[in-house]
Ligand binder design. Structure first.
Ligand code: AMP
Length: 297
């Protein structure tokens, strides 16, 4: 098994990408925040077959965390990540420092006179509605941070194709919109949710759960399954589908952030059934905020 090349500065990464492209090689790119699990590995496996060179980035991006969120305690495991990257035949790991990615103080808000470029609703008008609903309501600024870091990573790594999980469905739609709006020459490849054997969607944040919370968290999967069963049975009234999912979360005493049935592309809530649609859930199990969804193609 070959060890991935580890690159830590944007300059070195860009130099590598430019020369790799000049040799006519295709670059596939998987952006992550590390603490890798089988969901990330699936993205790498799919990416391995889409490029001559597979690049993984590991960067816990401060600008997508709110001031009261879990940035400082976000789990990290460099040795474990390196081992998984090896197993998934990653060619390059891009592992930059916060200072190298944000030489200007990007969090807290940029100080006047110290220019920092951001995505926001002015530059990303097409994605405005995408960014401000669902997770955008309880995590204001989150997608601005996501769009900013992903654009920076795209410019540094210059991928032909980039892979994103359907687990973060809203993020996937924001990135698709970003790529369309800015005419970025990058193919976005979506990868279905990878679940634990009992159905819990894999997430680095699952490591926060106590044993009791871990059991409680299964209600998220049960609620998307129940919604799926209702739709399969033809009971597609959006209010009914949402209520079915909510009841299961309530019974499990899980605090709901949102349960929404929306258009799969625009994420606008549906008042009457249409497909493709997505049922998206965010809920707190103890202090841990988890998300899940099911797509109705
Ligand atoms: P993260 O490290 O949580 O930022 O995730 C990095 C990428 O992995 C994102 O595109 C996620 O959507 C994707 N991902 C995370 N968990 C899963 C999962 N359980 N199944 C599929 N993709 C996932």
């Amino acid at each position: 098994m070959t060890t991935p090349l580890i690159i830590t500065t944007p300059h070195d990464m860009q130099t590598w990408a430019t020369s790799t492209r000049a040799q006519g090689q295709r670059i596939a790119f998987v952006p992550t925040m590390g603490y890798l699990h089988a969901g990330h590995c699936r993205l790498m496996e799919v990416g391995r077959n889409l490029g001559d060179q597979l690049v993984l980035s590991i960067f816990v991006n401060p600008t997508q965390f709110g001031p009261t969120e879990d940035l400082s305690r976000y789990p990290r495991d460099w040795e474990g990540d390196l081992e998984k990257a090896r197993q998934c035949k990653v060619d390059v790991i891009f592992f930059p420092s916060v200072h190298d990615m944000y030489p200007n103080p990007a969090r807290p808000e940029p100080v006047e006179g110290q220019a920092s470029a951001w995505f926001d609703k002015l530059t990303m008008s097409g994605a405005k509605d995408l960014c401000t609903q669902l997770c955008g309501v309880s995590r204001p600024g989150h997608f601005r941070g996501v769009a900013t870091i992903v654009t920076k990573l795209f410019n540094i790594i210059q991928p032909h194709v980039a892979l994103f999980g359907e687990k973060d469905y809203q993020q996937l739609q924001v990135i698709r919109q970003l790529v369309r709006d800015l005419n970025l020459p990058i193919t976005i490849q979506a990868v279905p949710i990878v679940r634990e054997t009992d159905g819990l969607a894999m997430s680095s944040r699952n490591s926060y759960l106590s044993a009791t919370e871990r059991t409680q968290a299964l209600a998220l999967y049960r609620s998307v399954q129940a919604a799926q069963a209702e739709v399969a049975a033809g009971r597609t009234n959006p209010q009914h589908v949402i209520e079915t999912a909510r009841q299961i979360l309530n019974t499990a005493q899980i605090r709901i952030d949102y349960v929404s049935l929306c258009d799969a592309a625009t994420l606008q809530p549906l008042s009457t059934w249409q497909s493709p649609a997505v049922l998206a859930i965010a809920a707190f199990v103890g202090q841990t905020r988890l998300i899940d969804n099911v797509i109705f193609p």
